[in-house]
Design a protein around this ligand. Structure first.
Ligand SMILES: O=C([C@H](O)CO)[C@H](O)[C@H](O)COP(=O)(O)O
Length: 207
């Protein structure tokens, strides 16, 4: 299982600083949606230039204009882009078309999708490299939030998948046991007192 750091910081400087601290422990470096909205796609270029050996994930959360948005992110240096599972099939297909042209990949993010298992299967048929079973920061803050619901859905879907939703050192083992290909970790790394150590411990917890 790969480890993906989700950098929900707001500036290129903060992103470069965080990536510099954690890169040796992670496989995929994600530029979070708030970072891309605040700093623009030049942040993607800066991270890919600093870490050319890492898979760089632009969390575009594209909802429309799939081919265009994916194309500009790939041109900026992204290796993977996210498209929302709630988008039209044609949006996902458009992003996949751009990915094929660049020899890159699309991740379909199931944030806010009610029937995650069915949509995951459809997204895979549309050409997604993997599917992100995701509970966003707002959903995580709701009473009763339970990561195990995401894990159960991922397991049931039988597609290549990642899991994002407050994954931490106590839960990363369960993410791996559910069969995930990628564990996405944001807050548990970037809010840690020592992000480098947090990333190292998460990596070490992956068997
Ligand atoms: O994608 C994310 C969220 O929608 C804000 O952009 C997070 O990066 C993702 O949820 C992972 O972060 P944590 O949940 O803090 O691990």
């Amino acid at each position: 299982m790969k480890l993906q750091v989700a950098m929900d910081v707001l500036t290129v400087e903060a992103a470069l600083d965080l990536a510099g601290k954690v890169a040796e422990s992670v496989d995929i470096i994600e530029l979070g949606t708030p970072l891309i909205k605040n700093a623009g796609l030049s942040a993607v270029t800066a991270i890919k230039t600093a870490h050319p050996d890492k898979i760089v994930f632009a969390d575009m959360k594209t909802m429309d204009a799939g081919e265009l948005e994916a194309d500009i992110a790939f041109n900026a240096g992204a290796d993977l882009v996210s498209v929302l599972g709630s988008a039209d099939d044609s949006t996902i297909a458009g992003a996949v078309k751009a990915a094929k042209a660049h020899n890159k990949g699309v991740v379909v993010d199931l944030i806010g999708v009610a029937d995650k298992v069915s949509r995951a299967k459809e997204a895979r048929v549309l050409g997604a490299q993997f599917i992100e079973f995701h509970a966003g920061l707002d959903e995580q803050a709701l009473p009763g939030y339970n990561l195990n619901v995401l894990l159960g859905a991922g397991e049931e879907a039988r597609v290549p998948f990642s899991v994002a939703g407050g994954v931490n050192i106590s839960t990363i083992g369960a993410v791996q046991r559910a069969g995930a290909d990628v564990a996405v970790v944001g807050g548990s790394i970037y809010s840690a007192g020592d992000p480098a150590l947090a990333a190292k411990e998460l990596k070490a917890a992956i068997i």
